[in-house]
Design a protein around this ligand. Structure first.
Ligand SMILES: N[C@@H](CCOP(=O)(O)O)C(=O)O
Length: 502
């Protein structure tokens, strides 16, 4: 398997190279040359693997389709080391729970930092350690977080030989719990940099540093954000696990409608292969940087019978605006709102570029032109472009938005009616899932973002009581903090990295 860049101007590369490289050298994001196709028969086999051997074995099967430069036995061992009941709390690793008829929540937040980011980050930590050990190299990870990626990355990289983490975050904009999870770490290889700006400033800095090829090579810069393909790949696995659980718990589901290849299309048809004679499920994904839902897009392209991929945003609704209107209009810092679902306070979703690449028929030049337009004027408009209609019709995307008032109402309702306490982002997902369910016979799975304790103040505002605090997190907000505040300035971040790599 080779990987290509969304901007079409980078040499093809193998998995382990792009794992360490992060961003492609032409400024684009890596994607596999083709999405491996899962037939209905193979889907049945994968179901049996998950049922009888568990999540780690399923992860190995999916990852093997994309990784051919790690020996199979080693890859299997890495999956087994990562996805254990001890780390993720249950045998299923991502158990599904029923909220109401046809509406399910997939639990993804039982890892070490209580957010779905652990699902991929724990694997990434092990992959980095393995590959760096094999090469005898070191890596300095530069990341950007709006709340959950940072702690997940830092916990995953703690104590890993040859790895330093430089994590930028928007100064004062994460919840107190999120800040404490990161800033209380005293490990020498962990560096927290609070940037005077919004998340988009942090992500711009990461991209600017990565695009300085001399600096990147000299300081061996890598990334753990979802611009790194390995993050997305690890996330693809839980779409399959969610699908298997939902279709087992609901035995009679309608077969996919209207998704067979057009007559005569033969092998050139590039729609999902296993949509033949299969049960369908939809997913709603609380979305900020578009990485999580982009993993769902990849799963769907592989043939997982997904009817709808519902993008749920908060008040920072750039993505919702695009899927409703075809206009992609990024916002400046002044119009990037600080909300009670802070991990989604993002106005420039970097992974959106991966979807646009597929939407343009994998045309690197067209993708580059569109994102150059964004860099110049802050927007592009596909409303009159026939390809925009494909976003829903061919790729299954629809969207919706949730506000602070919606969030409070959903948290309250979910607690009062079902005794289920959800975090603010998952509440956004539930609200939008109900609006965008489509065919009620198709189960809708909402992907859980985090545990409610990470957003205690909003839970108290909604319910008048605090959420449960998992063991090990007592009083973390009071621990001493280790963080450096810097302006949103690329050079100052580079200087900081250089000084701490000596
Ligand atoms: N929501 C994220 C922002 C970074 O997203 P990523 O998926 O690209 O790592 C966060 O919580 O930090």
């Amino acid at each position: 398997m080779h990987y290509i860049s969304t901007r079409g101007a980078a040499p093809r590369a193998k998995f382990c190279d792009i794992l360490l490289a992060g961003l492609a050298p032409d400024g684009g994001l890596y994607l596999p040359e083709q999405y491996p196709q899962i037939s209905a028969t193979r889907l049945g086999e994968l179901r049996a693997v998950y049922r009888s051997e568990g999540y780690a074995a399923l992860a190995f099967e999916i990852l093997s389709l994309y990784i051919d430069d790690i020996p199979s036995a080693d890859l299997r061992a890495l999956c087994e080391k990562t996805y254990t009941e001890q780390v993720f709390g249950t045998r299923e690793i991502v158990p599904l729970r029923r909220l109401e008829d046809g509406l399910w929540i997939e639990a993804l937040s039982n890892g070490p930092t209580l957010a779905f980011k652990d699902m991929a980050m724990q694997l990434l930590g092990n992959l980095f350690e393995y590959e760096l050990g094999r090469r005898g190299e070191e890596l300095n990870i530069l990341g950007a977080t709006s709340g959950d990626t940072g702690s997940a990355a830092e916990y995953a990289m703690r104590g890993k030989r040859g790895i330093r983490v430089f994590m930028t975050s928007p100064h004062g904009r994460m919840s107190p719990f999120q800040q404490a999870q990161m800033f209380s770490l005293q490990d020498e290889n962990i560096h927290n940099i609070a940037i005077e700006g919004v998340f988009d400033d942090c992500q711009d800095i990461v991209k600017a540093v990565s695009n300085d090829h001399a600096f990147k090579a000299r300081y061996r810069i890598g990334t753990v954000n979802s611009i790194n393909w390995a993050r997305l790949l690890a996330q693809v696995v839980y779409y399959f696990a969610g699908y298997f659980q939902a279709t087992e718990l609901v035995p009679t589901l309608p077969a996919a409608q209207g998704s067979l290849p057009p007559e005569g299309a033969g092998s050139t048809w590039d729609g999902p292969a296993a949509n033949r004679d299969s049960q369908q499920v939809s997913f709603t994904v609380p979305s900020g940087n578009f990485g999580n839902v982009c993993a769902g897009h990849v799963a769907r392209q592989m043939g997982l019978p997904i009817a709808r991929l519902v993008v749920a945003t908060n008040e920072n609704d750039v993505l919702d605006e695009f899927f409703r209107t075809g206009v992609y209009q990024v916002r400046g810092a002044q119009h990037t709102y600080e909300t009670s679902s802070p991990s989604m306070d993002i106005s420039k979703a970097s992974n959106f570029e991966r979807f646009v690449f597929d939407l343009t028929g994998r045309d690197g030049a067209a993708t580059r032109a569109l994102f150059e337009e964004v860099a110049r004027g802050g927007r592009f408009d596909l409303s009159a472009d026939a390809r925009f209609a494909d976003a829903a019709a061919r790729f299954g995307f629809v969207s919706g938005k949730s506000t602070h008032a919606d969030r409070l109402a959903t948290i309250r309702d979910t607690w009062e009616r079902f005794g289920d306490m959800v975090d603010t982002h998952t509440a956004d997902g539930i609200k939008v899932a109900r609006e965008q369910r489509g065919d009620v016979d198709v189960p809708m799975i909402v992907l859980e973002t985090a545990l409610p304790i990470k957003f205690e103040a909003t839970i108290i505002e909604a319910l008048g009581r605090p959420p449960e605090r998992p063991a090990g997190f007592e009083g973390i907000e009071q621990l001493p903090k280790r963080v450096t505040v810097l302006p949103a300035d690329v050079q100052q971040v580079k200087d900081y990295i250089a000084a701490h790599c000596a």
